[in-house]
Design a protein around this ligand. Structure first.
Ligand SMILES: Nc1ncnc2c1ncn2[C@@H]1O[C@H](COP(=O)(O)OP(=O)(O)OP(=O)(O)O)[C@@H](O)[C@H]1O
Ligand SMILES: [Mg+2]
Length: 227
């Protein structure tokens, strides 16, 4: 993968084990050198969520090195575990960096809501949002916080097809915008989503395969499932 900018993420021979001692992540090397929508698939327990914890720095490698000049934010499977405040506006206020002057805060929030197609929802109580709207609000929180690396851990697993599509479309737009594209890593068990990505890889035996097109990874997994 060729770099187009200065921000990047790179794993160099990273290993990690939880206290049971098994290397969940084992000599894992990969890089993401440009913005886009990068998808990871892999069996339950293969280490996808552990990888995300390593990327956002909640845990540290046992050996190897992680280089990350991007600013990561997590989006979880269940938005109710992430959204804390009564309204969209108060939720996004929580994510605003302290350095942003008060006079700019409203514009920042409004712009983030528009970017996730929730422009009319400023004062909407969060409990009245659909699952897809809640996930997009969580993504708006990442934008407000000036994150440029979204780590989405099965963000559509609890959504109906329409909401699933609304979240995919928003993340696709954010990662391919010509002005200021961000990077997203998207973990999924819903293989049809692979057709939307810029590259996909399989997490297996503690490591990540090479990046491939989403359709190639889809076909490879379907063939395995049928074989
Ligand atoms: N906090 C933890 N403490 C101890 N072991 C853990 C912890 N989190 C994960 N593990 C173990 O690490 C392994 C990888 O788990 P992980 O959650 O990273 O897999 P995953 O690929 O995200 O799976 P899934 O598709 O089910 O979400 C599993 O064996 C799991 O039991
Ligand atoms: Mg997981």
């Amino acid at each position: 993968m060729e770099s187009t900018g200065s921000d990047y993420l790179e794993f160099d021979q990273v290993s990690f084990s939880w206290p049971n001692g098994v290397n969940v992540i084992d000599q894992c090397s990969f890089s993401i050198l440009k913005p886009g929508l990068w998808m990871l698939v892999g069996e339950n327990g293969s280490g996808k969520s552990t990888l995300f914890r390593l990327i956002n720095g909640v845990i540290s490698p046992k050996s190897g090195k992680i280089f990350c000049s991007l600013r990561p934010s997590m989006v979880y499977q269940n938005p109710d575990h992430q959204l804390l405040m009564p309204t969209c506006k108060s939720e996004l206020m929580l994510s605003i960096p302290k350095s942003v002057p008060y006079s700019n805060q409203f514009d920042l929030i409004q712009l983030a809501l528009e970017k996730v197609n929730l422009g009319e929802m400023l004062d909407r109580p969060i409990h009245t949002l659909s699952g897809g709207q809640k996930q997009r609000l969580a993504i708006a929180g990442a934008i407000v916080s000036k994150s440029n690396l979204l780590l989405l851990d099965e963000p559509t697993a609890l959504l109906d097809p329409q909401s699933q599509n609304s979240v995919l479309k928003v993340v696709k737009k954010l990662t391919s915008s010509s002005a200021d594209p961000i990077t997203a890593i998207w973990v999924t068990h819903r293989l049809e989503e692979l057709y939307f990505c810029d590259g996909a890889a399989i997490v297996k035996n503690g490591a990540i395969s090479n990046w491939n097109s989403g359709s190639k990874v889809f076909q490879a997994l379907k063939t395995l499932a049928l074989g």
